[in-house]
Design a protein around this ligand. Structure first.
Ligand code: BES
Ligand code: ZN
Ligand code: ZN
Length: 474
């Protein structure tokens, strides 16, 4: 998908209006205008007119600019994208005549997010590929700075989705590391990969226990964006759960339904990689570090078993009562590793619990943490602005009691209730800095597509976090 600030004289044009008098600026026959007005009145806010050499699309957008109306424009973008692909259009000119200054940006964002496809494993890619490839803006509709932001964020989401959609057969932990290195080269951030020997030497017991049943080695990945000048006093650290496949281990998930999408259990890793790409491409004046523990959860010969007591990287002992609660074990080691940076803020992204998905569905990210109220408010604002909404859960002491073990310091599951929070309490144990946890289990993957979130990897969290970091600058 390409974005350009110029006119494509041959292409079709989409006009954005938020009041009907703005239609006077569009070359329409009297009958055509009447037709458009009629359709708008019937609440059809996307009308197309065939001019034979090209089409004209009229979009009525809602104003004023607020998070609900903005999302409506993104969705209209998805709707327009679908229509253009049906008509085999290759390019579209956007002309924002409305009073909503960001409408063209939002519409293009929705179009581009909707236009994503994962065709790598299709043999007839050419036939299946969407025709739409270029979005042109006139210079009243988008600034050069906005164009660069839009391009970067779309690329970040696409890369993140690609990683989520890759099956285990291709994307094991070592391959994930290679992909992160490639994205690092392209985006301009540093990547250091620690292999199994180093992970053993460091005694990262959580990662090693989870990976014990796999014949393939785990990796620990350190991503870094450190520009010459940065405004944060201490690093911001992003941690991503990189379980390249979650069978549940010996506490095997019932097949088929609950295992079908478990290739996506590295969505947190993909989201962190996407954020790092955007941060580096936009060259944000922030020192940001990404930590990605990558492993495979399998019931192989040497797999850890329910009842095992393992020693974590920080020395904490954990009684493993369910090998399917593996995400918190690999994350805990990474969260302990983060302490060495004395970070200003740590944010982790993880497909951690079915409980988070049960509570919020695919509508919102389940958030919790110990960051300052002000940070939380800014994160929530970014969540609304990007429509990657956050719902905060409390980390009250009562939930901490539920993960006390009889024979070790902690156990890796709580009771039958409060599962998203007990998982969060487990992670909190390994932090000593301002921290936020984002459980994206419910939102990271779509079995059937919706609006601009197609089937498969969604990469929810990337746009929220990039928005937050861009405003952190200001
Ligand atoms: N990867 C799963 C969580 C998950 C569930 C992600 C559904 C996406 C969709 C995680 O490792 C897991 O299995 N969690 C268990 C924890 C339980 C055993 C305490 C869960 O939520 O059932
Ligand atoms: Zn699991
Ligand atoms: Zn998992």
């Amino acid at each position: 998908m390409f974005f350009k600030i110029q006119r494509n004289p041959k292409g079709s044009i989409a006009y954005l209006v938020d009041a009907t008098d703005q239609l006077n600026q569009v070359q329409l026959e009297k009958q055509e205008l009447e037709y458009v007005l009629q359709e708008f009145k019937k609440d059809n806010h996307l009308v197309s007119i065939n001019k034979y050499s090209h089409h004209i699309y009229l979009l009525k957008v809602n104003s004023p600019a607020d998070w609900k109306n903005d999302e409506q424009v993104r969705k209209q973008g998805a709707q327009l994208c679908k229509l253009l692909n049906e008509k085999k259009e290759v390019a579209i000119n956007l002309d924002n005549l409305s009073g909503h200054k960001k409408a063209a940006y939002l519409l293009a964002e929705g179009m581009a997010l909707a236009n994503y496809q994962f065709l790598k494993y299709k043999t007839d890619q050419k036939k299946l590929k969407h025709s739409l490839n270029d979005i042109f803006f006139n210079n009243q509709s988008l600034t050069v700075k906005e164009l660069r932001e839009l391009e970067t964020i779309i690329q970040a989401v696409y890369k993140s989705r690609d990683l989520i959609n890759e099956p285990l057969h291709y994307l094991n932990a070592e391959q994930l590391s290679r992909e992160i290195q490639d994205i690092g080269k392209e985006g301009g951030f540093r990547v250091q990969v620690l292999g199994k020997a180093k992970i053993e030497q460091m005694k990262m017991g959580g990662i090693l226990a989870v990976n014990a049943g796999s014949i393939l080695p785990p990796t620990f990945n350190i991503l870094e964006h450190r520009p010459q000048k940065f405004i944060n006093k201490a690093p911001i650290v992003l941690v991503g759960k990189g379980i390249v496949y979650d069978t549940g281990g010996l506490s095997l998930k019932p097949t088929p339904a609950s295992m079908d999408r478990m290739k996506s259990d590295m969505s947190g890793a993909a989201v962190v990689t996407g954020i790092m790409y955007a941060v580096a491409m936009l060259d944000l004046p922030l020192h940001v570090i990404g930590l990605i523990p990558a492993a495979e959860n399998r019931p192989g010969e040497n797999a850890y078993v329910p009842g095992d007591v393992i020693s974590m990287y920080d020395g904490t002992t954990v009684e493993v009562l369910n090998t399917d609660a593996e995400g918190r074990l690999v994350l805990a080691d990474a969260l302990h590793y983060a302490k060495k940076y004395k970070p200003e803020l740590v944010m982790d992204f993880a497909t951690l619990t079915g409980a988070a998905a049960n509570a919020l569905g695919d509508v919102a990210i389940c958030a919790m943490g110990t960051a300052k109220e002000n940070t939380k408010e800014q994160l929530k604002t970014s969540g609304y602005r990007q429509f990657e909404k956050l719902v905060e859960m409390p980390l009250w002491d009562e939930y901490g009691l539920m993960i006390k073990s009889d024979i070790a310091d902690l156990k890796n599951i709580g009771g039958p209730v409060g599962g998203a929070i007990t998982a969060g309490k487990f992670l909190e144990h390994f932090t000593d800095y301002p921290w936020m946890h984002f459980d994206i289990a419910g939102v990271s993957y779509h079995v059937s597509g919706k609006d601009y979130r197609p089937v498969g990897g969604v990469a929810m969290g990337v746009r929220m976090a990039v928005d937050f970091l861009m405003h952190y600058v200001k």
